[in-house]
Design a protein around this ligand. Structure first.
Ligand code: AMP
Ligand code: MG
Length: 317
């Protein structure tokens, strides 16, 4: 039976009453709440089972809101906002006092994004306040790119889900911070290092937190994240032998492999298409009786950097 999705008007009413609602964005679906109200923020952490040391991204729908919630904004941030907002870029900037500490896990900085999705923009504008919106999934699990994905994980824990169809980008936003003159990429996404490099002098890519004992530049970037329940093995060249009987293979391009492809992220090897399909295909393969998901290697360039990041985190440790 088709569930009744929440209308934009009803979502706004719920959000104004400090409830939490899943809304579409171009990256993945977000679990939204009033970013200025601690009660709404607490409900987000609670529903996701997300630890409060993992700060949230605050979503805005006007360029001018940036100056209301952040301060000491470096010129590079304005350059990137002009180029990539609205869009899948999140910027970490010193926060103004109106942003509660709960949103930023006590950090003096806040992560801010202006999403491109027209429904997200309309909801934020009608609410009249910014929305905190982490991905609408349980902590560490697969992000949702279709409204049905949310029903499974969070349906009974939240006040509504707005149907905006399939997310066009399909992976979480690129996150950057600023240090002196340098733009640091904390999480790869659809705004690639070379796109940023074209506009600012210095760009560094923050390595993932795999190195033991290293301080986390970005508190939520755990080694294991974005995981299906079914064990996932990324890069099939080193797959375990013998394979469990119910192994499924998520292919990319026309990679040769003894196991037939169950689904193909992009037969033509198109990275945009593969990114848009990633979470939906993982949701489809993450089913009983599947015992292992093998994923073909994807070139680690351009958008492929974000895919490699997510698949490495999704894989068996
Ligand atoms: P998401 O889980 O997609 O909502 O992204 C939130 C992530 O943004 C967190 O897990 C952090 O990695 C990053 N983030 C949010 N706020 C900050 C901040 N103030 N400083 C550094 N990273 C942040
Ligand atoms: Mg998430």
């Amino acid at each position: 039976m088709q569930p009744t999705w929440t209308s934009i008007k009803e979502a706004v009413r719920l959000l104004q009453s400090k409830e939490i609602v899943a809304i579409p964005t171009e990256t993945v679906y977000g679990l939204a709440g009033n970013a200025l109200e601690t009660l709404a923020l607490a409900k987000i952490f609670e529903a996701k089972g997300r630890p409060t040391f993992d700060p949230l991204i605050v979503h805005i729908a006007e360029h001018s809101t940036l100056n209301e919630i952040a301060q000491n904004i470096p010129p590079q941030a304005h350059t990137l906002a002009q180029a990539f907002w609205p869009g899948p870029l999140t910027m970490v900037l010193p926060k103004k006092p109106c942003i509660p500490d709960l949103a930023t896990s006590g950090l003096p900085s806040v992560a801010i994004r202006f999403p491109a999705h027209p429904i997200a923009q309309e909801i934020i504008r009608l609410c009249g306040f910014p929305l905190a919106a982490p991905s609408a999934n349980l902590f560490k699990r697969l992000s949702p790119t279709r409204p049905e994905h949310i029903l499974e994980q969070l349906g009974h824990k939240i006040s509504g889900i707005v149907d905006g169809g399939t997310c066009s980008v399909g992976v979480e936003s690129t996150i950057v911070s600023f240090k002196n003159e340098t733009v640091q990429i904390l999480r790869p996404g659809a705004i690639t290092p070379s796109m940023i490099q074209a506009l600012v002098q210095k760009v560094t890519i923050q390595p993932s937190n795999s190195a033991p004992g290293k301080a986390m530049a970005s508190p939520g970037s755990m080694d294991t994240h974005y995981q299906p329940r079914t064990p996932l093995h990324y890069n099939t060249k080193a797959y375990p032998k013998p394979l469990p009987p119910n192994t499924v293979r998520l292919a990319f391009a026309d990679t040769q492999h003894p196991l037939q492809a169950t689904l193909n992220l992009s037969k033509s090897g198109n990275l945009l298409e593969a990114t848009a399909n990633l979470y939906d295909y993982l949701h489809r393969l993450d089913r009983v009786p599947h015992e292992l998901i093998l994923v073909d290697p994807i070139p680690n360039e351009g958008l492929g950097i974000a895919l490699n990041d997510r698949l490495t985190r999704a894989s068996l440790k």
